[in-house]
Ligand binder design. Sequence first.
Ligand code: NOJ
Length: 514
Amino acid sequence: MAKWLDNAIFYEIYPQSFKDTNGDGIGDLNGIVEKLDYIKELGCNALWLNPCFASPFGDAGYDVSDYYSVAPRYGTNEDLKRLFEEAHGRGMHVLLDLVPGHTSVEHPWFRESMKAEKNPYTDRYVWTDSIWEEPQGMGCLRGISDRDGACAVNFFSHQPALNYGFYRPDPEKKWQQPTDAEGPQATLAELKNIMRFWLGMGCDGFRVDMAGSLVKHDEEGKGTIRLWQNVREFLDREFPEAAMVSEWGEPDKSLQGGFHMDFLLHFGPSHYNDLFRCEEPYFSGRGKGDVSEFVRKYMENYERSERKGLICIPSGNHDMDRLARGLHGDELKIAFAFLLSMPGAPFLYYGDEIGMNYVEDLVSVEGGYGRTGSRSPMQWDGSTNAGFSAAPAERLYIPLDPRADRPNVRAQLADESSLYHEIRRLIGIRQSHAALQSKGEIEFVYAEKNAYPFAYLRSAGDEKILVVLNPSEREASFACALEPKERLYVFGKEIAAADGRIIAAPCSAGYYKL
Ligand code: NOJ
């Protein structure tokens, strides 16, 4: 089922900033259709679209006010349907972003839920029984309605938490409903309706926002896992091909819940930031980083999820700094040699393929705050507004990167030594070697504390590929009995194998068949 995931390479599109075709300064669905060939040429065969539904955009669309309608600024439901068809026609797949945990305060369900009189939406959200009682451990909204109660929020304070019930409701607190109560069950039924609606229209599945947080007071995730198992049963009956990728960060739980893959998160205990986004990132040429903690945590998850390795490592996303804020030039190329040779599906954030920069000092746009600098318009070429939009510059959704030397697609296409071409080559190699793909196994060969290089073995069936990465500007070596035979990829200088050691040249990366 969803076999295509085994070799999926995702391209994440923040629709606001990708390509504007109607000159209003904001990206749209037709713009995405227009650029499908570009994405395919790069080698990506799947898309993740950030939320494109009706919303007041207090959190860039993660505050949905109508799950069944495309936001007019992006186009119509028909346009989205066409996007699915155009993608499928090119052998590509599309995941929409499902936000099951909360809505906007402007959602009609919430407006109904705020009313003092009981109605079908009274229990759609998590409310306490009295305005004076706050739901513990969650922020809340109160004093905004006739209803006497405080409503739990999930993220920003304008995102009330949908009610899927409590794993262990406190019997003293009647407002904590069990997961099988009528209110939580109605919320779950509606969630399935939403999924049914878009899957029926041709979408291939969902990236699920904050997937691990639905059932409340559920520290071990058991209630939430059960809920997703129930959703998977529904999918298996009606849409067995539907692909599900979770924003959870605990693959053992997510996979139990029936997700195909989980995301490695840039917060919490993953040590993802040690690699790319800290004072001394491992992939910096300074060579002062540490990869060992990342590997330790990765292995912990790997073992817990029965060595499935289905955790996706993104190059970046709309929530974190651009990769190019901390890494440059060759460092980026070596970072991609890592990202494109790890298990799970790689996720490439739009613009990372040309090394788009984080735009400093921007005023927050639509709840972006510090994230706004990673959401600036895609830089297509050297023309007006970098080819993103025909609108006057002051009308662009987010200002463009003002740097004179900002990268753009056209220039990188014309330069064989560009980051774009390096990524394209790496994708090509991954696509033709099962060992490098999502389900290939991984074994870390050399990942010592504060040491370089970094080496691991990927394998599938008889195919075994050794990956050696040395981002540091110094030569580095390690004892290794493996004998690299056929070179599949080299960046910088070839490794040397002598006297039971593998020696990696400064700033180099290589994939070798054993
Ligand atoms: C995670 C999303 O990626 C982020 O952009 C959003 O603000 C929160 N979830 C809340 O939905």
